[in-house]
Design a protein around this ligand. Structure first.
Ligand code: GLV
Ligand code: MN
Ligand code: MN
Length: 395
């Protein structure tokens, strides 16, 4: 699989990959993509939000059929989430070229910038900015852990932050978008099977993306000396942090939603000092938005603090006709599964673009971690199906 060419980029000692937006690794990934796309006869351009577009038949009349995904990762993530959709689409184009493909309608392969939000905290920044779901002002002032703003990071990567923002013309030029992606988790299917592995199917399609969001809870206390402050005199925000983390888990169980605290920050973080403040981030998702929001409300009540909403994405339903077109290029039974993970495909769907997703079986079900997997033969089946879909959609 072509994505193994990226194996050395952002490789962690634990076997995972860390590929944050606007870093040296990100630049290497972009250079790799541009060179590969040009070699496949595609014309590469970068939009004002840093998304890459590789065109075939870009000057043909009509709106474009677009496929694609992302190349960035979460911290210590797997190597399939994102790159499968990009490298798989490149491989599909190479197969089509070898069979003499000449698109009769515009086609593009898109690589969206900063899908994971690993550095600036908000996922799908490239597609949210393109569609206007996020304002340039808010995006450009986001800060990473070192205090660097997105505007500064883009500038040092050679991009002009003044060009960031909604791009309605480009958006209107997309007739349909399909994202090929590694399966994440083991979703319960209607017949009771868990995930594609349980169903014995190498490929599936998505029905919807669950509503999901990220919230920050800031807890304050009183800084003091660890060795001189009586326990009864302390106002320690780390205790509140611990209680809030447990409350997130208990409340998620009560409401039957998924909620995770995967990131905390304690200030100033000295071993021998009581902290002055502590923050935790809640990632919450579920089939019903009311329950997800109820979880956040209960945590606010239990911790007597207001949660700051950093992002929210409503339930996203994929286009039925386009999903049927995707199923039609897959051999055998095609399971239909919801996605608990967010995707650029979802952001485009919410902006009104007919959108669908194809999943490649993940035997471990693990994602956002080094054990994320797809078998080469399953990925190859996904590439063949995607090539046939592109051929039909551009005929
Ligand atoms: C993106 O992969 C997300 O769902 O967090
Ligand atoms: Mn992801
Ligand atoms: Mn992804």
């Amino acid at each position: 699989m072509l994505l193994h060419e990226l194996a050395g980029i952002g490789r962690d000692p634990d076997g995972g990959v860390t590929r944050f937006a606007w870093t040296r690794d990100d630049a290497e990934l972009r250079e790799w993509f541009s060179a590969r796309a040009r070699a496949a006869g595609l014309d590469v351009e970068v939009d004002g939000n840093g998304n890459l577009w590789a065109w075939a038949g870009g000057d043909l009349p009509g709106r474009a059929f677009v496929v694609g995904s992302h190349l960035d990762s979460v911290a210590s993530g797997g190597e399939w989430d994102g790159p499968l959709g990009v490298a798989g689409a490149l491989a599909a184009v190479e197969q089509l070229r070898a069979s003499g493909w000449q698109p009769q309608q515009p086609f593009a392969l898109a690589v969206f910038a900063d899908e994971e939000g690993g550095r600036f905290g908000v996922a799908c920044l490239g597609s949210r900015l393109l569609t206007g779901a996020m304002t340039p002002d808010r995006a450009l002032s986001l800060r990473d852990d070192d205090g660097t703003t997105l505007a500064e990071a883009m500038t040092s990567a050679g991009f002009d932050p003044a060009r960031v923002g909604a791009d309605p013309r480009r958006l209107a030029g997309i007739r349909a978008f399909v994202e090929l992606h590694v399966e994440q988790g083991r979703m319960l299917l209607p017949g009771g099977a868990r995930g594609l592995a349980g169903a014995g199917a190498p490929l599936g399609v998505a029905s919807e993306i669950w509503p999901h969001g990220r919230w920050r809870l800031d807890l304050t206390g009183r800084a003091d000396h660890a060795g001189t402050t009586a326990l009864a005199d302390r106002d320690d925000p780390v205790l509140s942090l611990a209680r809030a983390i447990v409350a997130v888990r208990e409340t998620a169980e009560e409401l039957d939603v998924l909620a995770t605290v995967g990131r905390v920050r304690v200030h100033p973080g000295a071993v021998n000092a009581i902290a002055s403040r502590a923050s935790l981030w809640i990632d919450a998702r579920g089939a019903e938005p009311e329950r997800v929001r109820a979880l956040v409300a209960r945590i606010e009540e239990r911790s007597a603090a207001a949660a700051v909403e950093e992002s929210w994405t409503a339930v996203t339903r994929f286009d039925r006709a386009l999903t049927a077109d995707v199923s039609a290029v897959i051999d055998g039974d095609v399971p239909v599964l919801p996605s608990g993970a967010g995707h650029d495909a979802g952001v485009l769907a919410l902006a009104g673009v007919p959108t669908a997703m194809m999943f490649v079986r993940n035997p471990t079900g693990v994602s956002h971690a080094p054990d994320e997997r797809a078998e080469e033969s399953d990925a190859a089946a996904g590439v063949r199906a995607l090539a046939e879909l592109i051929r039909r959609q551009t005929a």
